[in-house]
Structures are given as structure tokens and as C-alpha cells.
Write a protein that binds this ligand. Structure first.
Ligand code: GLN
Length: 556
């Protein structure tokens, strides 16, 4: 079967939601019974985003096969059933890495290695690889049209059209139609310029997805159609929405899937978007609210914890709740005299997410102590599990200097350490334990109750792990190891049986949560947090009533 291709490019400005648009198109085509795959090309020179700051680049999304990829792949997985791997995300750096390796091997037989055709060929073969066994491959090109960096990718998709023809390729361009308040008018000029830019490199877009804050009236659509040489029906209003999960529904309303099928000469069944429509309905009609405090190294920056936030949203949706998330800077919780308690008292649940480095660790430990002692639901992910073990070792087992060798290499109690380093299996660059690993869940644990199965597979991204030499000390004091790798080497999950909900996991469950399939750990945590919030508020109300009555009693 030869796949059809949809190429998604962006114009005018960045951050128009190209990734979400691509994911939503994938979702719509699946609702028509088609099989899709999605891929992203990032025009930067880094080989992958694994070593880039999350504050520059946003979250690093980890796939089952252990690739560290762009966060848009997270959207692709949340919106579709596509199985993504390292083949689904390419950067200029990685394309060149391949080419240079070939050149050094002599594969080019003495030819001059050039952008056209060698780089473009490499890009095209990467595209063709993910298009095997699917009906439609959706290819997103990062960056904005006009960037020098993205030119080879643009040239490659131009060649794809030449090679495969009109009925097998479709160009979708995401642009901006801003409303200018002073003129009280929507402006089409940026879109015109962006399309002109595309035309100058030989690409005539077929469909324009126009990001705007209001519906585009017919006259605006006709104007864009005329100036940009597309049919009027192919000028699509991509209106801002309050929930990203509404995007496929908005696109369906605009008939984007019907357009795609027509352009690509595809036969498909009628659209069935019922589950997404119900989901959107749920998003906008919550019955109550739940407040989660996330304690991290920095206060959250845009997209640095994208999957985590979405997974919490999914967990809240599973209980018809509106999610309120507050980011708490860990360093602000490091004060003596337990001033941190005041900052934490209004949260229904506390979460410490993944992270690297020493900064803020003492604040995280205070937050965990608070959650443990006050019986506030706690969820520790990766670093959040490691810090939970350190907190327990220090404050319950009396090992005051317990630490991770990541934060204090000289600590006398390395409760968290680098096992692989000690075993001498440190590999160059790839020192992290990455990707999907199987975990065995212990029976009669909260983890088992939540997962309902004794073997699971979750994705990892860490260097340090629990030191089994401390297992006896910690478990004798009440900590339970509820999940390990099948060979027992790595501790994967911990919990506290005498606490209503205290769970830590070495893996990142957020990467596998989807709006229609909320991850069990997030669903359980948000549910427990909500219950604990109800109880806390009821107790507070009772105490207030008590205070109100007390003066009379005192007087009497
Ligand atoms: N810094 C810790 C480690 O390397 C935790 C990593 C994480 O939270 N992703 O093991």
C-alpha cells in the first residue's frame, strides 16, 4: 500500500499550534477509519532535544523505544493511535549525522555531497519510512516559512509532490489572521505574504488553516482564497479554543477531513467523532474543582511539563473535575521553622515531577514530609520518587544525611545512586535509562489496586535509581516497594501503606496518558486528592464553627 502525504507547514509567526493541527487532522482521519502515522522535522542542528534546556525547547517527549523527541509527538500520541518511535522525529542534526557517517564510509563513491540531492534524499527516505503500512502520513515541518534552516525540508516536500503527484500529496499551511483592535478588522496581509513566501520556493498550499480569535466571515475567506490561489472552501477558520481537545471538533465543523479526502482521492467511512464530542462536553461541564500543587525546581515555563499537565487534566476529566494546577517553586519551601506548611495547606494533592540537579531539593523534601505527615495525597514521578525515598530515610529512619549521589556525591547514605556506573556499564553520551521497561507489580499494594494487573510497561528517563542496600531499613520502617523490574534490579514503584495515597514511580506515566484513556496513576491520584480536599474543607468548616461557639462557652 502506498501512503498519501499531508505536509503541514507554518507561516507568519511560530506557536500557531501546527503540532496540534497535525494531531487533530490525524484524529479526524482516524475517525473516518483511516490508519495514520505522524512525523515531525525540526530544522535545528541538535541531534535530538535530549540535551536541550526544557526552558528553550519545552518538554522532551520519550517514546517506547527510548527516543528523546519533540513535544509535538506527545500531541500526536494523545490525539491518535499512531505508534511513534525515533523514526517519527528528525532534526537537521540527525539528518546530517547520517549523511556524514555515509560520506566517511565512502557510500557516495567520490561524489560531491550536496544539499540537493543528498540532504533532500535523506529527508525523503525518512518520510517514506514512516509512511509504510498506513493510509496517510502527516508530516509536520518545524519552524516558520522563510527560515533559512527549514529550506532543505521545504525543498524535500516540494520534490515529494513532483514525485508522487497531486492526488498523493497535500500541502496544508497554518497561518495567522490577526484582529487589529484599532481598525476593528481582521487582517489577511500576513497570510498573503506567507503564502507568497511558500510560492517562491515552489509550494502552492492546498488548504490554509487560519488561526484567529473569531470565525472568518465569507468575505474574508473569499479574499484570502483569491489572493492565495486556493479554493474558498479550503480557507479554514482555526479559531482559538479554551481546550486543545476541541480542535478536532472545530476542524470537523469546518469540514477539513472532507476536504482532505477529496484532495487525496481517498474513500473513507462517515466520520465518527462521538467520543471526542463527549470529551469536549465533559471539559466544559465539570461538577467540582480539584487543586494540585506541583513542586519543582523552577516555576513552570510554558511547555516544559506539557505531558504532565495534560495527564493531570485527563485524570481530572475521569472524575468530571476541573483541574487547578499551581506551580510552587521548590526553593521557596526551604525556609526553616516550617513556614512551608503555610504555602502548602490549601492543596488537595502534592506532586513532585521529574527533574535534574540539586536546586530546590530541600524544598521538595519539605513538601514531601508535609504530604506524608498530613496525609495529603502525594505523587512522586522519577525525581519525585527518589526524593520521597530520601525524605523517608531521613525523617522516618533517622538517616539524617541520606541523599542521592546526584546531589551529594559524598553522602554516607546513598539511598539513591547510579547503579550502572558502579557496574561499569556507563556508555558514552547515553547514560540514561530510557524508554519502555517492564515492571512487576506486587500483589496487595495500592499500585496493584490502581493498575489491576501484575505486569506493566512504562517509559523511563533517568540516571539514578533506588539503592537496594537500603531496602531493609526503609521497608522495616513502613515503606513498601510495590514495583520492580522482573529481574529485581531496579525499584520502579514505592508507596506508604499507612497513608491514604502516597505513590512514587521511577518512570514517567504522563507520556502514556491520553484524554480518552486517562492513565490509571493520574486518575487515582486526582481522585484521591479530590476526596482529601473534601475532607480537609469539611474539617476546616467544623473547626470554624467550633471557634465561633467557643467564646460563649468561655463566657459561661
Ligand atoms: N535526576 C534524576 C535521575 O537522573 C531524575 C530524573 C528525572 O526525574 N527524569 O535519575
Amino acid at each position: 500500500m502506498s501512503a498519501k502525504y499531508i505536509f503541514v507547514t507554518g507561516g507568519v509567526v511560530s506557536s500557531l499550534g501546527k503540532g496540534l493541527a497535525a494531531a487533530s487532522i490525524g484524529c479526524l482521519l482516524e475517525s473516518r477509519g483511516l490508519k495514520v502515522n505522524l512525523m515531525k522535522f525540526d530544522p535545528y542542528l541538535n541531534v535530538d532535544p535530549g540535551t536541550m534546556s526544557p526552558f528553550q525547547h519545552g518538554e522532551v517527549f520519550v517514546t517506547d523505544d527510548g527516543a528523546e523527541t519533540d513535544l509535538d509527538l506527545g500531541h500526536y500520541e494523545r490525539f491518535t493511535h499512531a505508534k511513534l518511535s525515533r523514526d517519527n522525529n528528525w532534526t537537521t542534526g540527525r539528518i546530517y549525522e547520517q549523511i556524514i557517517a555515509k560520506e566517511r564510509r565512502g557510500d557516495y563513491l567520490g561524489k560531491t555531497v550536496q544539499v540537493i540531492p543528498h540532504v533532500t534524499n535523506e529527508i525523503k527516505s525518512a518520510m517514506k519510512k514512516v509512511a509504510q503500512d498506513v493510509d496517510v502520513a502527516i508530516v509536520e515541518i518545524g519552524g516558520t516559512v522563510g527560515d533559512i534552516e527549514s529550506l532543505p525540508f521545504m525543498e524535500a516536500i516540494r520534490q515529494m509532490r513532483q514525485e508522487l503527484g497531486r492526488e498523493n500529496t497535500l500541502f496544508m499551511h497554518v497561518t495567522l489572521v490577526p484582529f487589529i483592535a484599532a481598525a476593528q478588522e481582521l487582517k489577511t496581509k500576513p497570510t498573503q505574504h506567507s503564502v507568497k513566501e511558500l510560492l517562491s520556493i515552489g509550494i502552492q498550499p492546498d488548504i490554509l488553516l487560519c488561526r484567529t480569535d473569531r470565525f472568518l466571515a465569507k468575505d474574508i475567506k473569499s479574499k484570502i482564497a483569491l489572493f492565495c490561489n486556493v479554493e474558498e472552501g479550503a480557507v479554514v477558520t482555526a479559531k482559538d479554543v479554551a481546550s486543545i481537545y476541541e480542535v478536532p471538533v472545530v476542524f470537523a465543523h469546518e469540514g477539513v477531513d472532507t476536504l482532505v479526502l477529496r484532495y487525496l482521492h481517498l474513500e473513507a467511512k462517515d466520520r465518527d467523532l462521538k467520543r471526542w464530542e463527549e470529551l469536549v462536553q465533559k471539559v466544559y461541564t465539570p461538577t467540582a474543582e480539584v487543586t494540585i500543587g506541583i513542586v519543582g525546581k523552577y516555576v513552570e515555563y510554558e511547555d516544559s511539563y506539557k505531558s504532565l499537565k495534560e495527564a493531570l487534566v485527563h485524570g481530572a476529566l475521569a472524575h468530571n473535575l476541573k483541574l487547578q494546577v499551581n506551580w510552587i517553586e521548590a526553593e521557596g519551601l526551604e525556609t526553616e521553622g516550617r513556614a512551608y506548611e503555610e504555602q502548602l495547606q490549601d492543596y488537595d494533592g502534592i506532586l513532585v515531577p521529574g527533574g535534574f540537579g540539586k536546586r530546590g531539593i530541600e524544598g521538595m523534601l519539605n513538601a514531601i514530609r508535609y504530604a506524608r505527615e498530613k496525609k495529603i495525597p502525594y505523587f512522586g514521578i522519577c525525581l519525585g520518587m527518589q526524593t520521597a525515598c530520601i525524605e523517608f530515610a531521613r525523617n522516618v529512619c533517622g538517616l539524617a544525611e541520606a541523599n542521592s549521589s546526584e546531589f551529594d556525591p559524598a553522602t554516607p547514605h546513598r539511598v539513591i545512586y547510579k547503579l550502572r556506573e558502579l557496574r561499569g556499564v556507563e556508555e558514552l553520551g547515553g547514560t540514561m535509562r530510557l524508554g519502555a521497561w517492564t515492571c512487576k507489580i506486587e500483589p496487595e499494594t495500592l499500585a496493584y489496586k490502581i493498575y489491576g494487573q501484575n505486569e506493566i510497561s512504562e517509559r523511563h528517563r533517568h540516571r539514578y535509581e533506588f539503592n537496594r542496600e537500603y531496602e531493609e531499613t526503609l521497608t522495616a520502617a513502613g515503606l513498601r516497594i510495590s514495583g520492580s523490574t522482573p529481574d529485581g534490579t531496579y525499584v520502579e514503584m514505592i508507596e506508604l501503606p499507612d497513608h491514604p495515597h502516597f505513590i512514587g514511580c521511577q518512570f514517567h506515566p504522563e507520556f502514556k496518558s491520553k484524554p480518552l484513556e486517562p492513565h490509571p496513576l493520574f486518575k487515582a491520584f486526582v481522585g484521591a486528592a479530590y476526596q482529601s480536599g473534601l475532607k480537609r474543607r469539611a474539617e476546616k468548616a467544623a473547626a470554624e464553627v467550633d471557634m465561633f461557639h467557643r467564646p460563649e462557652k468561655v463566657r459561661a
